[in-house]
Design a protein around this ligand. Structure first.
Ligand code: HEC
Length: 160
């Protein structure tokens, strides 16, 4: 009797975890790989740690460049990360500031096409609500303020 109860309990506890994990796939992959360069969003307190543009802004730029079409967005992101080139970039200022993104095959060769697709789909879906603030144009970093004094230690990396 005790044993049965234990099993039921464990199953109940695991259930929500299992369902969210399936959905969060693209994001998980992003955080484990792309996220080592790209912040999810701009963080003025960690401005000096940035080695790549925050991914929310890139998602908006690519969405605008592909007319809001999810398939075109996904194809474009997959193509770019496999073979970045200045001529393809949607944000020349990002290339100028951070240098060209290294091809994903050089940094994370273990990522499959399915992984890249999941990441690109997540990028599209997760940033649908975000618009470029009026007056910001395509520029990055205007008016970012000082933002000092926020405690550190909230890593964006996650235990896998
Ligand atoms: C080694 C660091 C690094 C990694 C890892 C990385 N990126 Fe980038 N990424 C950059 C930099 C730097 C830029 C800005 C320069 C540029 O656009 O090439 C960039 C730009 C981009 C852009 C803008 C493309 C465009 O059309 O202008 C997208 C989208 C992007 N990255 C997606 C990803 C995704 C998705 C991953 C993971 C699969 C990833 N990046 C992994 C450094 C990285």
């Amino acid at each position: 009797m005790k044993r049965v109860l234990g099993v039921v309990l464990v199953a109940t506890l695991l259930w929500p975890v299992a369902t969210t994990a399936a959905k969060a796939d693209g994001k998980e992959i992003f955080l484990a790989t792309c996220g080592n360069c790209h912040f999810l969003t701009r963080d003025p307190a960690r401005r000096d740690d940035m080695v790549a543009p925050p991914i929310d802004m890139m998602a908006v730029h690519v969405r605008l460049a592909t007319g809001g079409n999810r398939d075109a967005f996904v194809r474009r992101v997959m193509d770019y990360v496999r073979a970045p080139a200045p001529g393809k970039s949607v944000d020349a200022m990002a290339v100028e500031r951070f240098g060209l993104m290294p091809a994903i095959g050089d940094t994370y060769p273990e990522l499959t096409d399915a992984d890249l697709k999941a990441v690109a789909e997540w990028m599209f879906d997760a940033h649908l609500q975000i618009q470029i603030p009026p007056g910001m144009g395509t520029g990055m970093g205007g008016g970012m303020g000082m933002g000092g004094g926020m405690g550190g230690g909230m890593g964006r990396g996650r235990p896998q």
